[in-house]
Design a protein around this ligand. Structure first.
Ligand code: DAH
Length: 342
């Protein structure tokens, strides 16, 4: 038996010496120490030996087994260190002082224009407020002087929830909330996502953005409205903008207007973009209706104010030359990532 074990050890060592990778070592481990390996075979044969010889033989085999295990462990450590070093040495080298090709993503055009308009109004003393997208009928219509069954509701069909709430159709829905929150005097703008039951085409979307503003104080007049709109739009378009008002009907303002700006493409001479009129329709506005002030807890005998509902989506399209509104909600990064701050 001693001889057999000795031979096995020799054969093991010669295999071990030839092994040059951890994978080869693994194969040797299986061949000699595996369940059906050489050592197991010897141990199985012990059964046929007489008692006292068996004990001694068992000890010898187990010593040899232990010896082999240690050898494999040591050689595995040695070879895996070598293999790791080889990997490191052959890795592609790089200069860590070089700048990385960073891609930081980009802002959505609506975000860009919203931030810009917010900054301009903030500099003129307006606070920026956020408001819910799911609102109740009172805030979206009643408090804006649009009672149930008023025909003005037809243009603002929207998505209703089972509990009677609805997705707000315009940012005007926050007017009452702002009036109640701050009282008068107040200057506030409130941008937001709006929803309407609309069949989408190049100019219509069921989801779009507006930016509403109100200014309420003693002796506020249409002149104030014109001044603030002109200042803001001249900043956004980085050129002197001429505005004009046409009458427009909205139940929550009296008088109500459609505000047009001189065409930014042709400067007012007339071109295809402004249908040769020289003007672009941009922003409905007006003097806040006394009923709306009253609903907001403000005395219309003491205070007056103006309100406007800037189409943020429309403004972004004009500023960035976006021809199809559907691009804005498309998630098409190729189209949406081309716009930058300035
Ligand atoms: N909320 C109106 C709409 O979406 C727009 C609007 C008109 C807002 C006149 C105003 C305003 O503040 O004074 O159709």
């Amino acid at each position: 038996m001693l001889e057999k074990v000795q031979k096995l050890k020799e054969s093991f060592l010669s295999h071990l010496n030839q092994a040059s990778s951890t994978a080869a070592l693994d194969a040797i481990r299986i061949e000699f120490l595996g369940k059906k390996g050489e050592v197991s075979l010897l141990l199985n044969n012990l059964k046929s030996l007489p008692g006292d010889v068996r004990k001694e033989a068992g000890r010898i085999i187990n010593d040899a087994k232990q010896y082999m295990e240690e050898q494999i462990r040591a050689k595995t450590a040695e070879l895996s260190a070598l293999e790791e070093k080889k990997k490191i040495d052959s890795a592609e080298s790089y200069d860590e002082s070089l700048p990385l090709p960073l891609s930081l993503g980009s802002y959505h055009p609506i975000t860009l224009i919203q931030r810009e308009v917010e900054e301009i109004f903030s500099s003129m003393g307006f606070i920026v407020e956020d408001y819910d997208e799911v609102v109740d009928d009172y805030h979206c219509f009643e408090a804006l002087n649009i009672p149930k069954y008023h025909p003005a509701r037809d243009m603002q069909d929207t998505y209703y929830l089972d509990n009677g709430q609805l997705l707000k159709t315009h940012t005007s829905a926050a007017q009452n909330y702002i009036m109640r929150k701050y009282g008068a005097p107040v200057r506030a703008i409130f941008p937001g996502r709006c929803f309407r039951n609309e069949s989408p085409d190049a100019c219509h979307e069921n989801t779009f953005f507006q930016l509403e503003g109100i200014m309420i104080d003693r002796d506020i007049s249409i002149s104030n409205l014109i001044y603030f709109m002109k200042t803001m739009l001249s900043e956004v378009f980085r050129q002197d903008i001429t505005v004009r008002l046409r009458p427009g009907f909205f139940p929550f303002v009296e008088p109500g207007f459609e505000l047009d700006i001189s065409c930014t493409i042709c400067g007012g001479k007339g071109c295809p973009s402004c249908k040769n009129s020289g003007w672009l329709e941009l922003c409905p506005c007006g003097m806040i209706h006394p009923n709306v002030l009253r609903f907001g807890g403000i005395d219309p005998e003491e205070y007056t104010g103006f309100a406007f509902g800037l189409g943020l989506t429309r403004l972004a399209m004009m500023k960035y030359g976006i021809k199809d509104i559907r691009i804005l909600n498309s998630g098409n990064l190729k189209a949406l990532s081309q716009f930058t701050d300035r």
